[in-house]
Design a protein around this ligand. Structure first.
Ligand SMILES: [Zn+2]
Length: 283
């Protein structure tokens, strides 16, 4: 997916009432898991703290049918939230009969903005590789059939994911995000070449992650997304605590500094990118 002129970070996008107008600095957490199973009674507090921090946009991502459905109903109720429906590669072997059909139904219902999360995980192979590949392929084809973007999990699998995505792109248009990117600069360049977006999570703020920051610096600003992957992996200086979308501002500050960009330019661009890929301005 190429950046069109309308995709630029214009004041018009910032003043869209649905997405909030408070201040000029707004952020979009492009990947989080906010289902009630994970946050319980604290979910309203989580959303309030996000709003107070300027995180006016959030993509809530499913990993099974049940949390995909919860994400969709949250998106139905809350302005600024979009949902994705999918079965996580680590859960692929545990998918129940009919569960995939529930994902397909949700995606075709028009209630979700994306398909996923899906992908390949060669680090934690709780599902056999051939099952993961089968589910990844189904999600890819569903995204291409519906025209919705795909949300992709990679872990020690960037090379194999890129190979499957290259085949998919040869078949037809595909918009996709490699979320919580941890690949090399060469893989990032290849992903950009395929038209993909790259999401960076809290890990990129860790002191030990200098190499990953260097990779993030090479990604064109119009393909970059920030995310928390809440409730997992809080960024510095909150490492070790349960994560939540408000914390995406720390990842933004760290990456803007590493890239030599002002925080307001970086926040506006990554917010515009997220709205573009999740098509939040279509309504
Ligand atoms: Zn995730």
């Amino acid at each position: 997916m190429e950046a069109g002129p309308a995709a630029a970070a214009t004041p018009g996008i910032m003043s869209n009432a649905r997405w909030g107008t408070k201040g000029t600095m707004t952020y979009f957490d492009s990947h989080c898991h906010l289902d009630p199973m994970r946050y319980g009674d604290d979910l309203p507090g989580v959303l309030e703290r996000a709003q107070a921090a300027g995180v006016t946009g959030m993509a809530v991502i499913g990993t099974r049918a049940i949390d995909s459905e919860a994400a969709a109903s949250l998106a139905d109720r809350k302005p600024g939230i979009v949902a994705a429906a999918g079965i996580h590669p680590n859960d692929a072997a545990e998918a129940e009969p009919g569960e995939w059909d529930r994902i397909v139904g949700l995606v075709r219902s028009g209630r979700v903005a994306a398909v996923g999360e899906t992908g390949l995980d060669w680090y934690r192979t709780t599902a056999p590789p051939e099952v993961q590949r089968d589910f990844f392929d189904r999600h890819i084809r569903l995204a291409q059939e519906t025209g919705l973007p795909l949300v992709i999990h990679t872990r020690e699998s960037t090379r194999d994911c890129l190979d499957m995505l290259r085949e998919a792109v040869a078949r037809g248009p595909l918009a996709a995000i490699l979320h919580s990117f941890t690949g090399t600069a060469a893989e990032a360049a290849e992903a950009v070449d395929l038209g993909l977006f790259l999401g960076f999570a809290g890990m990129v703020t860790f002191r030990s992650a200098a190499a990953l920051r260097e990779v993030a610096v090479t990604v064109p600003l119009d393909r970059l997304l920030i995310e928390t992957d809440s409730p997992f992996l809080s960024p510095e200086p909150l490492r070790g605590k349960r994560n939540e979308p408000a914390n995406v501002i720390h990842t933004a500050a760290c990456l803007a500094l590493a890239r030599g960009e002002s925080l307001d330019v970086f926040a506006a661009a990554t917010t515009a990118n997220a709205r573009r890929i999740y098509r939040c301005d279509a309504a």
